[in-house]
Design a protein around this ligand. Structure first.
Ligand code: SF4
Length: 282
């Protein structure tokens, strides 16, 4: 189990979450999601936080946003084939933000020994197959963010062609569903799931989220670390986090981290104000 109490927790507006320890500050904000005002409240402990500490909050928030989008799509009469047991997109390239990569390592370390070993082995097997087939021009460990969308798209096509199932997939179910990456939470399609199963295609009707929490975490990390925006491929995340342990131990005041996270989120939601369905990758 990962240590409790948490450093920052999403809670209902007006509520204070008691899962945070010590003195707690509440940060409330609103986002305009598809023309609806959605209110959020975050309880933040007044202590130092590492990058991984923001991951649970970011995951919960991305799920809430995805539910708002799903509700709107269904009300608009769109068919969303995503459901339990459908793993059609689980051989796609799944990018993790840096905080998620560090959190994943902590979560795997917290598993019972046998289970943790099996997850690590599965990730290493997949990583080996990726590295064996890696085209020279791709820097697998670091996919730059906004400046490099073309490279990400090329990498996505190449990756789908490898036909590698996600190391967390078993019997068409996600074995890490509660802790699944934000990219998985933000991936919604309309129409038929058959389109997702074809070798990497641009025919799937992938819904563009009104605000991407994954993008927000990428920007936040780059600002805090004064570095480029990075993403890490899911099967490579464990060795990557191990190699970057020092970065994972750096801390910032949790309140500052959350305040900036919210500012970036609001700015992105204004930029991406209108929902569209788009063709392409995550
Ligand atoms: S983490 Fe889970 S939902 Fe995401 S690609 Fe892997 S199996 Fe699928």
């Amino acid at each position: 189990m990962i240590e409790n109490p948490a450093v920052m927790v999403l809670c209902e507006p007006g509520e204070i979450n008691n899962n945070c320890s010590g003195r707690v500050e509440t940060i409330s904000f609103e986002l305009d999601i598809l023309g609806e005002t959605v209110r959020f409240s975050i309880s933040v402990a007044q202590k130092q936080a590492r990058l991984s500490d923001i991951t649970p909050l970011a995951r919960t928030l991305s799920t809430k946003l995805a539910l708002v989008v799903l509700d709107r799509l269904r009300r608009n009469g769109e068919f969303v084939p995503c459901r339990k047991g459908c793993s059609a997109c689980c051989n796609y390239l799944v990018p993790l933000s840096v905080p998620e990569a560090f959190r994943l390592r902590e979560e795997v370390l917290a598993l019972p020994a046998e289970q943790g070993k099996a997850v690590l082995q599965s990730c290493l097997d997949t990583a080996k197959r990726i590295l064996d087939k890696k085209p020279k021009e791709f820097d697998i460990n670091e996919l730059a963010g906004t400046e490099s969308q073309i490279q990400i798209s090329q990498l996505g096509k190449w990756y789908a062609g490898l036909n590698l199932a996600c190391p967390f997939l078993s019997d068409s179910l996600c074995t890490s569903y509660e802790h699944r990456p934000i990219a998985c939470r933000e991936h919604i399609v309309t129409g038929s799931a058959l389109l997702c199963e074809a070798e990497w295609t641009d025919e799937s009707q992938i819904v563009q989220m009104p605000v991407s929490v994954l993008q927000c975490l990428g920007q936040l990390t780059a600002e805090l670390e004064q570095s480029n925006i990075e993403a890490v491929m899911l099967p490579l995340a464990l060795p990557w986090a191990q190699e970057n342990l020092e970065r994972g131990e750096r801390t910032w005041p949790a309140v500052t981290m959350v305040e900036r996270f919210v500012e970036i989120l609001r700015a992105l939601s204004i930029e991406q104000a209108k929902p569209t369905t788009t063709k392409g990758s995550f």
